[in-house]
Design a protein around this ligand. Structure first.
Ligand SMILES: NC(=O)c1ccc[n+]([C@@H]2O[C@H](COP(=O)([O-])OP(=O)(O)OC[C@H]3O[C@@H](n4cnc5c(N)ncnc54)[C@H](OP(=O)(O)O)[C@@H]3O)[C@@H](O)[C@H]2O)c1
Length: 337
């Protein structure tokens, strides 16, 4: 399977790392030999139709900061769309930054690959939250696979879990903690009695919250994930503007202490059902499956046959997120074989 990776930050590098780590395992178990034939970042590309060396890709990015400095096969300044047109490949791994205004550049990358008849795997929420139906239709029209497990909950399996493991069940609603940064802040506020501002500042110092935390703390990131789940699992044709969103920036240590006294915790919960599309702070009972701490994600799927099924997992991380991308790649390979 020849792979092009667009974006070589935390997730792109995680993908190169897991491919290198699992080479023998993938060959033995699935007869799959993933070959990275091109990688791009904002500096340009590394391209070799015979396959790039994963360790050399990682070392080049770490030491030089630019993938276009890859020895002999670096191409400075080349645009990702041009790479998609000129390189022979089977599957695009789209892992450029999320943009929730127009979904670019990922949206154009994904459409270009699909129109060229290539399968696509992505962790990028932006294009999915803004135009899920269009992308889904584009994949169907071009008879290609389109997989995005990593876009919701990083390593927490939920989309493929709903479609495959729970096949035969109707999923009626989904309810969950879908943002690790806000869960970390709320958990620490509950454990330490600290203020929102102080806890956010410490989370930023630790690299858990971004310098501009707006999309996380105001619930936008969780809302994007709710849109993806509503479309892909509940078949609801909604977009980001349909979600009612309230974040955690107005939560005080006093309200958390009051909740604790009553045996409750405050969590940022996303809900998708035919009646509700919402992200907001809600009370959950201490000791319930939703009382997870740190940066963990959790989601409950309400089903007709199996009742409630809950999954918990890491919502972010380089290798953790890459694990979901690898699982999508393996599933595409199994289908194509
Ligand atoms: N990190 C996680 O744990 C996680 C979990 C789930 C989902 N995601 C999603 O996965 C995607 C990637 O996340 P990340 O953490 O890896 O982001 P990141 O560390 O910021 O990396 C983004 C990469 O994309 C490159 N890039 C920017 N514009 C580009 C373009 N036009 N063409 C090609 N490459 C371009 C950047 O280049 P430079 O290196 O030159 O700046 C960088 O290598 C995002 O959409 C994110 O929301 C991330």
């Amino acid at each position: 399977m020849r792979i092009v990776i667009l974006g070589f930050g935390a997730v792109g590098q995680g993908v190169a790392h897991v491919i290198s780590l699992k080479k023998d395992y993938l060959q033995r178990k699935y007869d799959l030999n993933p070959q990275i034939v091109a990688v791009t970042d904002s500096s340009g590309a590394a391209i070799n139709p015979e396959g790039l060396d994963e360790e050399l890709l990682l070392n080049t990015k770490t030491e030089k900061g630019k993938i276009s400095s890859y020895p002999d096969y670096g191409v400075p300044g080349v645009d990702s769309l041009k790479v998609l047109d000129e390189v022979e490949y089977d599957c695009l791994v789209e892992v450029t930054p999320t943009d929730i205004d127009d979904g670019e550049p990922a949206r154009s990358h994904i459409i270009k690959a699909m129109e060229n008849g290539k399968d696509v795997v992505t962790s990028n929420k932006g294009p999915l939250a803004l135009s899920f139906k269009d992308l889904d239709a584009c994949a169907k029209r071009n008879n290609v696979e389109f997989k995005f497990e990593a876009s919701v909950g990083g390593a927490m399996p939920i989309i493929n879990f709903a479609h495959e493991t729970l096949a035969g069940c109707s999923i009626e609603s989904i309810y969950g903690i879908l943002n690790g940064t806000t869960n970390y802040i709320l958990s620490r506020m509950a454990n330490e009695g600290s203020s929102y501002e102080q806890t956010l500042k410490e989370a930023q110092e630790m690299g858990i919250a971004e310098t501009n935390p707006y999309q996380d703390v105001e619930g936008i990131d969780a809302a994007c994930k709710i849109v993806i789940l509503a479309n892909s699992v509940l078949n609801l044709p909604v977009t980001l503007k349909d979600v009612e969103v309230e974040g955690i920036s107005r939560i005080t240590s006093e309200s958390i202490a009051l909740a604790k006294k009553e045996g409750m915790l405050i969590k940022l919960i996303g809900e998708a059902s035919p009646d509700a599309l919402e992200v907001s702070p809600r009370l959950v009972r201490q000791g319930s499956p939703f009382a997870v701490g740190g940066t963990l994600n959790v989601a409950t799927l309400k089903t007709d046959l199996a009742d409630d099924v809950t999954v918990v997992g890491k919502g972010a991380g380089s290798v953790e997120t890459a694990s979901a991308i690898l699982s999508d790649m393996v599933n595409i390979w199994k289908k194509r074989k």
